[in-house]
Design a protein around this ligand. Structure first.
Ligand SMILES: [Zn+2]
Length: 163
């Protein structure tokens, strides 16, 4: 599985809902987790590997050993509050980091790999990662969450780097 790099147009598309969690889907998720770990990432959304469906994987930050991962299928952000600045990067824009604005706390509802509905109320880095990965499902990359001035400078830099 290859990670798509900016400006690959697949990164800017809207994803459709996952309709069925079957063995094939589960093995795709497992390869995505391996791909994320091999790239030393903390989250990876389906469009980043060219799959235009609404799901992502990320580390479970409650697990101190960072061995557990979370898979969120058809996630919906149902509550949001506060605002924080977080320094972020993205496996699809390798080597570039910048501060962006995020909600401090969110509530996110999704389905897990067993088809069960799950609700998370994360804060800190887990909240930030969920929001970053969630944005990918709407074709939104993290520069969109920067102040305009930062975004303009950042886009100039990455457009020079990635052609
Ligand atoms: Zn990303």
């Amino acid at each position: 599985m290859d990670i798509k790099i900016y400006p690959d147009p697949v990164l800017l598309k809207n994803c459709v809902s996952v309709e069925k969690v079957d063995d094939n889907f589960i093995s795709t998720v497992s390869i995505m987790v391996d791909t994320m770990r091999a790239a030393e990432g903390i989250g990876l959304a389906a469009p980043q590997v060219g799959i235009l469906q609404r799901f992502f994987v990320c580390l479970d930050f409650d697990d101190e050993n960072k061995e557990k991962t979370i898979v969120l299928i058809n996630p919906e952000i149902t509550k949001m509050e506060g605002r924080i600045e977080s320094k972020e990067g993205c496996l699809s824009i390798p080597g570039f980091y910048e501060y962006v604005y995020r909600y401090e706390k969110i509530e996110i509802k999704a389905y897990d790999l067993t088809g069960k509905e799950v609700i998370y109320v994360p804060d800190g880095i887990q909240s930030v990662v969920f929001q970053h990965e969630f944005d990918h499902l709407d074709g939104i990359l993290f520069p969109e969450r920067m102040s305009q001035i930062k975004k303009d400078i950042f886009m100039k830099k990455i457009n020079k780097e990635f052609k």
